[in-house]
Design a protein around this ligand. Structure first.
Ligand SMILES: NC(=O)c1ccc[n+]([C@@H]2O[C@H](COP(=O)([O-])OP(=O)(O)OC[C@H]3O[C@@H](n4cnc5c(N)ncnc54)[C@H](OP(=O)(O)O)[C@@H]3O)[C@@H](O)[C@H]2O)c1
Length: 272
C-alpha cells in the first residue's frame, strides 16, 4: 500500500514561503500544507494559488505557540521558513522575541513533528547568510559553536545567554556583534548549528529512517522582510526547493545559487 506523502511549509502566506508552496505544487507528489499564523491571510493565499490551478491545503500554525504546533499530525517534508527579523532598537527588547521565534520556534516545530517524520523525509530550515558562523565577530563566541562536544542543549543555552546579555546591554561587549542586527544574526547562526546537530542526532540514533535536514540561505530577496532585496521571491525559493526535490544532501548549508557553503569557513560568500 502506498503511503501519502505530506509537505508542510511554515510562514507560507507570502514571500519566499508562498513561492516554495508554488514550486511544490508544480513538482511534489503528495499533499501540501500551506501554513500561516494568521488564518485569513493563509486562506487568502490558498485562494490566490487556486486561481493558478494549484490546490494546497491550509492549516493555521503559529510557531511561537506550542498549542498551535501540537495540532500537526504527520509530515514528510517540513520547511521552516517563518521569520522574525526584529532589528529595530533597542536590542534589549527585540532580542528575546527574535530568538524565541527564529530559533526556539523552529525547535518547537521540529520537536513536535520529528517523531512523525516518515522514512526518507526531508526538512529544510530556511536560515540566511546572516546565519554564517563568521557573522559573529568574536572568536571566543564562535568557538562555543564549534566545540566538538556541542549539543542542542548547549545551543539552547547559548541562545538564552545572548538574550540575557542583550537585556543587560552587553551583547556587543560579549562579542555577539553590533546591535540591533546581532539578534537576527545570532538567531540564524543558532538555527544553522541546530540543523547540523539535528542531522547528527538522526544519523546516530535512527540511521535507518534516512532523514535529511539542511539549512538554506535564500538570497537577498525583495519581500516584506527586505524591501531592498534584489531577487524575486521565486528566485528565493529556488535553493530550498532544490534541496528537497533534487538532492539527498544531509546536514548542509546551501546558498541561494544552490552551492553548498562551508558554515565554518572564514569567508562568508556574497549574499546574492
Ligand atoms: N528576504 C530576504 O532577503 C531573506 C534573506 C535571508 C533569509 N531570509 C529568510 O527567509 C525566510 C522567509 O522570509 P521572507 O523574506 O519571505 O519574509 P516575509 O515575506 O516577511 O514572510 C515571513 C513569513 O513568516 C511568517 N511568520 C512570522 N512570525 C511567525 C510565526 N510566529 N509563526 C508562523 N509564521 C510566522 C509571516 O507571517 P505574517 O504574514 O503573519 O507576518 C510570513 O508568512 C525567513 O526565515 C527569513 O529570515 C529572507
Amino acid at each position: 500500500m502506498s503511503v501519502q506523502k505530506i509537505a508542510v511549509v511554515t510562514g507560507a502566506n507570502k514571500g519566499i514561503g508562498y513561492e516554495i508552496i508554488k514550486g511544490l505544487c508544480e513538482k511534489y507528489q503528495g499533499t501540501i500544507y500551506l501554513t500561516a499564523r494568521n488564518e485569513q491571510k493563509g486562506k487568502d493565499a490558498v485562494k490566490e494559488l487556486e486561481k493558478l490551478g494549484y490546490h494546497p491545503k491550509f492549516h493555521q500554525l503559529d510557531i511561537s505557540q506550542q498549542a498551535s504546533v501540537d495540532t500537526f499530525k504527520q509530515t514528510h517534508l517540513c520547511m521552516n521558513n517563518f521569520q522574525k527579523n526584529a532589528t529595530e532598537p533597542p536590542l534589549a527588547e527585540i532580542a528575546e522575541k527574535t530568538i524565541d521565534v527564529n530559533y526556539f520556534g523552529t525547535l518547537r516545530v521540529c520537536e513536535a513533528l520529528f517523531p512523525l517524520l516518515r522514512r526518507n523525509a526531508k526538512v529544510v530550515n530556511v536560515s540566511s547568510s546572516a546565519g554564517h558562523l563568521y557573522r559573529i565577530p568574536s572568536a571566543t563566541v564562535r568557538a562555543k559553536f564549534t566545540d566538538p562536544n556541542i549539543t542542542i542543549s548547549t545551543v539552547n543555552e547559548l541562545m538564552k545567554r545572548f538574550v540575557k546579555d542583550a537585556k543587560e546591554n552587553k551583547a556587543e561587549s560579549e562579542g555577539w556583534g553590533p546591535a540591533p542586527y546581532c539578534a537576527y544574526i545570532v538567531s540564524k547562526v543558532g538555527l544553522c548549528a541546530l540543523t547540523f546537530l539535528q542531522q547528527k542526532q538522526f544519523d546516530i540514533e535512527t540511521p535507518s529512517r534516512n532523514i535529511a535536514i539542511n539549512a538554506t540561505h535564500p538570497g537577498v530577496v525583495k519581500t516584506d522582510l527586505n524591501s531592498s532585496g534584489v531577487l524575486t521571491p521565486e528566485q528565493g525559493a529556488r535553493s530550498t526547493l532544490y534541496v528537497v526535490l533534487e538532492t539527498n544532501f544531509k546536514g548542509k548549508y546551501i546558498w541561494w545559487n544552490c552551492e553548498v557553503v562551508d558554515w565554518y569557513g572564514e569567508r562568508t560568500p556574497p549574499r546574492t
